[in-house]
Each structure stands twice: as structure tokens, then as C-alpha cells.
Design a protein around this ligand. Structure first.
Ligand code: GLV
Ligand code: MN
Ligand code: MN
Length: 416
């Protein structure tokens, strides 16, 4: 299979300009973005992406989960395409690059192919997966999960946000519910470029992370029910304090994760307190525990210990609990050949690189179940992500997209 010459590079200015242009849609309050899934801003971002795809001569398909697939034809249209992409949705206080770099990096791959007049044998499809973040509707990596057959579409349509709005209805409302059946596409390979979202590459001064594995995750949504009563007049022994229960579980999750260092992590990011009045003891709390580990046994052990701990905490405080698993995937091993294509690309281009495990979940983690998949990481400043201050340099973005370009084009094959 012909490899593109060492000298071929994407256009760093164009990639950066597109990233900055997309970041104008759904601005945050502190320099980042709030373009949560299926909001009007998400719809607007999708239209901009489509306009760019149209201008690049790509043909857009949209499936029933709203995932966008922009196709550049190959010399043999019957061959399964090489897919590339990530997500355009963000956290409520998200950065400009988480996900967006992977989609616009993919677009930059085809724009560069157009500039160079290169035809690939396999078609190339640039993808924007719906609701990767899972901030508005749980779980994360929703559309790729349905695509891979691990989540049920009919069930997902019923999932609600905190205002009771249904996923399926919001998808129709923003006008991006397509007609294509989800998961029907044959994928030759999938490559996702992403910022590392951790500090390793920057600390070690390395350009490219060759992602070999992704850690597993569980999200447990916990509801604690005590009794609302007056903060001033309820005697301490008579309180049934769901807020205190949540505080103890928060501590428990941290301690359990600390027992499985150096790799395991755990935290509670989503917390709701009812009725949330200064002088009422919380009668109900709802919160989501996020635990992760690269080892399935560790993840399962953490899950078990947390459930036992919650039982003891609630018994001591005379409160009730319910636990619902609202997200889960096992640790992932990416495809050997795709990983090699990423490593070879970095090597050929003269970029420093190292193997790395992804701490975050990605659409690639689900797609890996149905097609050979790999990821490319570039550094981000201070390893900070899921924060409006998330930042990368133009050079880091370009190096990541160069590696993506070479890995994708080598896998798709060049004509002639
Ligand atoms: C997805 O962004 C996750 O890792 O939570
Ligand atoms: Mn992401
Ligand atoms: Mn994210």
C-alpha cells in the first residue's frame, strides 16, 4: 500500500481558523464553550460543519441518532470507508478542543487530500458522533454506543435531561434526526484524534500519544432519601440527613479510588440537593459516581466496595438509597494494526511519540468493538480539560492532524 511522502502536511492555519470559528458558536462564560448536545447551539455547530463539508465536496449522511457522516468518495466506492472523527458537543463549561479537534482534524484530512489532488482507494468519512459528553443526557458516548449495538436506541430516545426533556424529542426539535438506520455502515477502520486531557505528553515534551488502551468506566447514579426538616429545631439524633449521606459517600468514593493507585480514579461530579433551602435539612440527594480503571477487575472491585459502603452509610444515618448504573464500558484494547499505523505515521513525520492509555472515554472506545480502531493524542496545556480554560497550541494541533492524515491515508490506500 502506497504511503504518502514524508513531506505531506495538513494546513495548520486552516485547521486553527476552523477551530476558532467553531468556538464562536455556543460560547461559554470564561472563554470556552457551552455547546451541549441537542441544544440550538449544537444545531448551529452542525450547520457550520455541514457547510464546510459541502464546500469540500463531501456527501452528508445523517442517521437516526443524529450522527453526521461526511463522505469523500474513493476510487472503489464498494470498499468500506475509513472513518475519522469525534464529537462537536461540549460540556456545560467545556473547552474549544475536546472532540472538536477530532472532527475538524478529520475535515482537514480531506481538505488536504483535495488540495493535493490525491484519490484514495477506500472512501473517507468524517464523522460527528452525537452526544459524546453525556453531560445533558447520560450516558456519554451515546450515539457511538447505539452504533456499536451496546445501547438500545428506543431506550435512549426516552432518556431525559434535568428539565425532563427527552433525547428523542430534542433530536427532532433541532432538526438533526436523520433517516438512516443506526449501525448499518461497514467501517474499514476508525481513527480519532483527541487532546490528551491529562498532563503526560506536555510534562515529557512529547508531540504525539499513540493510544494503545482506554480505561474502563462506571457511572452509578445514587438517590438518597432522608427526611426534610427544620435545620434549627430538629434535634441532632432525630435527623435523617441525605446531604450528610452524600458527603460521606463522596469521601468513600475518594478513599476507594486511593486504595487502587496509581491508576484508578473516582469522583462525584453531578450533585443535586432537595429542596436546596438554607434552613431545611436535605430530604433527598441525587448524585453520580464516576469510577474508572484500566483493569476490569479493579473497576468491579471498586463498584462492589462502594455499594457495600453506601449500604453501611445509609443504615447509620437512617436513610434509604437507590443505585442505578447509568453508564458503563470495560477497558479497551485498540487494534494492533491501526495503532501501528499511528505510530508509523508519527515516526515517518519525525514527531516524538509514546504509547499512552486514555483516561477519558471516547467514541473510539465503542467503535473499537465493531471495527479496527485507534486514537491519536496531542498534548494540552497543564493536562486541563472539561474546563473552559482548556488550551492547546497551533503546533500541537497540527502535529496531531498530520499524524491523523498519514495514518488515515495509508489505511485508505492511494490510487496510482
Ligand atoms: C467523556 O468525555 C468522559 O470521559 O467522561
Ligand atoms: Mn471528547
Ligand atoms: Mn469530554
Amino acid at each position: 500500500m502506497a504511503a504518502p511522502g514524508e513531506n505531506l502536511r495538513i494546513n495548520p492555519e486552516r485547521l486553527w481558523d476552523s477551530l476558532m470559528e467553531m468556538a464562536k458558536i455556543g460560547p461559554g462564560i470564561a472563554g470556552g464553550n457551552n455547546r451541549q448536545t441537542l441544544t440550538d447551539e449544537d444545531g448551529e455547530g452542525r450547520h457550520l460543519f455541514k457547510r464546510w463539508c459541502d464546500a469540500a465536496g463531501l456527501e452528508m449522511g445523517v442517521d437516526e441518532m443524529g450522527t453526521m457522516f461526511a463522505r469523500r468518495e474513493g476510487s472503489d466506492p464498494s470498499l468500506p470507508p475509513v472513518y475519522v472523527g469525534s464529537h462537536l458537543d461540549t460540556q456545560p463549561t467545556g473547552g474549544k478542543f475536546d472532540g472538536v479537534l477530532g472532527v475538524l482534524g478529520g475535515l482537514e484530512v480531506v481538505r488536504t487530500l483535495n488540495d493535493l489532488g490525491i484519490r484514495t482507494k477506500h472512501p473517507i468519512v468524517v464523522t460527528n458522533w452525537t452526544n459524546e459528553e453525556g453531560a445533558r443526557f447520560a450516558p456519554a458516548m451515546m450515539a457511538s454506543g447505539v452504533f456499536a449495538g451496546v445501547l438500545d436506541q428506543a431506550d435512549i430516545y426516552q432518556h431525559t435531561d434535568r428539565n425532563g426533556k427527552k433525547f428523542g424529542e430534542e433530536l427532532e426539535r433541532i432538526g438533526w434526526k436523520g433517516e438512516e438506520k443506526v449501525g448499518d455502515r461497514k467501517i474499514h477502520a476508525f481513527f480519532e484524534l483527541h487532546i490528551e486531557q491529562g498532563p503526560i505528553l506536555e510534562d515529557e515534551g512529547i508531540d504525539i500519544g499513540v493510544v494503545t488502551h482506554g480505561q474502563g468506566l462506571k457511572w452509578l447514579q445514587v438517590t438518597l432519601t432522608g427526611k426534610e426538616s427544620h435545620t434549627g429545631s430538629t434535634p441532632m439524633p432525630k435527623r435523617r440527613n441525605a446531604g450528610l449521606g452524600m458527603a460521606r459517600v463522596t469521601e468513600l468514593v475518594h478513599e476507594v479510588a486511593m486504595d487502587y493507585q496509581p491508576d484508578a480514579v473516582g469522583a462525584i461530579g453531578h450533585m443535586e440537593v432537595y429542596p436546596c433551602s438554607r434552613n431545611i435539612i436535605a430530604g433527598k440527594t441525587v448524585f453520580t459516581i464516576d469510577i474508572r480503571s484500566p483493569e476490569k477487575e479493579v473497576l468491579d472491585a471498586m463498584d462492589g466496595r462502594i455499594r457495600e459502603g453506601i449500604d453501611l452509610i445509609c443504615e447509620a444515618l437512617d436513610i434509604k438509597y437507590e443505585i442505578e448504573q447509568v453508564g458503563h464500558f470495560d477497558p479497551v484494547t485498540f487494534d494492533e494494526n491501526c495503532v501501528k499505523a499511528v505510530r508509523d505515521a508519527a515516526e515517518r513525520l519525525g514527531y516524538s511519540h509514546r504509547n499512552i492509555v486514555s483516561g477519558a472515554g471516547h467514541d473510539a472506545c465503542w467503535i473499537n468493538r465493531v471495527a479496527p480502531t485507534a486514537m491519536v493524542f496531542c498534548p494540552c496545556v497543564d493536562g486541563l480539560s472539561h474546563n473552559e480554560a482548556e488550551d492547546i497550541s497551533k503546533e500541537w494541533a497540527a502535529a496531531g492532524a498530520d499524524v491523523l492524515f498519514h495514518a488515515v491515508v495509508e489505511t485508505a490506500g492511494i490510487v496510482g
